[in-house]
Design a protein around this ligand. Structure first.
Ligand code: NAD
Ligand code: UD9
Length: 441
């Protein structure tokens, strides 16, 4: 057993978490709960200030949970020396894609922080950020190991599976633990076994592939049903009902929903790590690339649907006043990253007078104007309400009572509503005859 493994077994090990966001903060507090001394480093001084005041900016971490962690010794700082001489480091900084390439700048910077702060002692370095297959060994290891004694650093990859707003506790989510070296794998498993079940695999690259596969699976299956929307508009078939019916198959099928597109910092991004790596290694993954294009085309399809339906009601888009409900990338979160709803809003407002409504997103974080709510009178005065994100906070019964026309991109409106509703994927034949009287639905 190595020194690190002993420290992990006795809970005497000091854990340094780099990046205190949606992933790093809950992980830090889970390790504190497990009995470890945890130090957190984040470059965002404003965020660290909030943490030190017990003010959580992560939806799934309450102020009380944060305060309890601070009381038990969690130390968040915006200076890297806070993570000096840790026995284990967890990298949880942002990754993404920029100009078609994996954006690894934050991961490189985090690796440099570890190289500077880890000292000479044996150290375990774990990458929990989502990275492309090969990144831990090709990017992180060389930077951390450059000036350290040979063999003094253990590397592992433990991709995070947290699901903001999804209601899953950390302990309910098994985590894959990948390392090229069994000692590193055992040490990383020892750390993460303190908070959840682990699934060991034989290489960091296998863990990286596993993570990107998980999210690529989701992206391509969402693209599948999004592509069916185009067909459904030409059939007398209800694509939403067809998916629900297929979902009753007890095996071999998982239902996904069409929508205005695929947002967030995972699902539209992680598959691009795969396609980039494939192209870099001389192969191609055209199926994945095409699926991404299908999803990227959905905001435009929604705008077309709104435009067609408004024209059927005698209102050119240019003359329309529109309320767009939803700015976040998915329901019940305030995260606007890569939000297709904002893409729809920005395209609509190139032509029409559009108000964006979302109670969850922080207007100061958003690059477009957004309001938390609108009055019944405002809804009644609008030519169209466009439902883009089905936040629980939206009262869809009220919306249906006061709106004259709703374009429902989420198939979330109640059936028995007085508003005229056109749903994404609606048979075009019906949309062309949209009338004032509420349709029999
Ligand atoms: N949010 C999720 O649901 C989720 C789930 C699974 C995996 N991931 C992955 O986890 C990683 C982190 O995602 P997140 O959602 O926590 O991001 P986030 O933006 O919420 O938090 C990242 C934090 O890292 C800080 N940071 C950036 N560069 C830094 C540096 N060099 N040193 C120290 N701190 C730095 C930022 O200030 C920020 O507070 C990403 O790779 C993401 O793909 C996220
Ligand atoms: C750890 C991690 O990486 N976790 C990920 C995280 O992903 P996420 O937070 O990005 O959320 P998603 O739910 O995947 O949504 C993404 C976008 O896709 C749209 N969408 C979704 C389903 C559908 O049927 N049709 C759609 O159109 C939706 O509106 C949104 O814009 O949680 C998921 C479990 O929720 C996990 O599986 C997934 O690994």
């Amino acid at each position: 057993m190595t020194g690190v493994e002993r420290g992990l077994a006795t809970r005497d090990a000091r854990i340094g978490v780099i990046g205190l966001g949606y992933v790093g903060l809950p992980l830090s507090l889970a390790f504190v709960d497990a009995g470890f001394e945890v130090r957190g480093f984040d470059i965002d001084e404003e965020r660290v200030g909030r943490l030190r005041n017990g003010d959580s900016y992560v939806d799934d971490v309450s102020d009380a949970e944060l305060t309890a962690g601070l009381d038990e010794g969690f130390i968040p700082e915006a200076t890297s020396s806070v993570v000096a001489d840790c026995d284990a480091y967890v990298i949880a900084v942002p990754t993404g894609v920029a100009d078609g390439e994996p954006a690894m700048g934050a991961v490189r910077a985090a690796a440099r922080t570890i190289a500077e702060q880890a000292g000479e002692r044996e150290t375990l370095v774990i990458v929990s950020s989502t990275v492309y297959p090969g990144a831990t060994s090709e990017v992180v290891a060389p930077i951390v190991s450059a000036d350290r004694p040979a063999g003094s650093t253990l590397f592992a990859m433990v991709p995070e599976r947290l699901n903001p707003g999804g209601g899953h506790e950390i302990a309910e989510i098994p985590l894959v633990v990948g390392a090229d070296d069994p000692t590193a794998r055992d040490a990383a498993a020892a750390l993460f076994e303190s908070i959840t079940e682990t699934v060991p695999v034989d290489a960091t690259e296998t863990a990286e592939l596993s993570k990107t596969l998980e999210n690529t699976y989701r992206m391509v299956n969402i693209a599948l049903v999004n592509q069916l929307v185009a067909l459904a508009e030409r059939l007398d078939a209800d694509v939403w009902e067809a998916i629900d019916a297929a979902g009753t198959k007890p095996f071999g099928f998982q239902a996904f929903e069409p929508g205005p597109g695929v947002g967030g910092h995972c699902i539209p991004i992680d598959p691009q790590f795969l396609t980039w790596r494939a192209n870099e290694t001389g192969t191609e993954l055209p199926f994945i690339e095409h699926a991404h294009e299908v999803n990227e085309g959905m905001p435009g399809r929604v705008v077309e649907g709104v435009t067609t339906a408004l024209e059927a009601r005698g209102v050119p888009l240019e003359d329309a006043s529109v309320l767009a409900f939803g700015a976040a990338y998915k329901p019940n979160v305030g995260d606007p990253r890569h939000s297709p709803a904002i893409d729809v809003f920005e395209e609509l407002r190139r032509h029409a007078d559009v108000t964006l409504v979302d109670p969850h997103v922080d207007p100061e974080e958003l690059w477009v104007p957004v309001t938390e709510s609108v009055s019944d009178a405002t809804i009644e005065a609008a030519d169209a309400a466009v439902l883009l994100v089905d936040h629980d906070a939206f009262d869809l019964v009220r919306l249906g009572e006061h709106a004259s026309f709703v374009y429902d991109a989420k198939n979330a409106m109640p059936d028995d509503t007085s508003a005229t509703v056109v749903t994404l994927g609606e048979t075009t034949a019906r949309v062309d005859t949209v009338v004032e009287e509420p349709p029999t639905r």
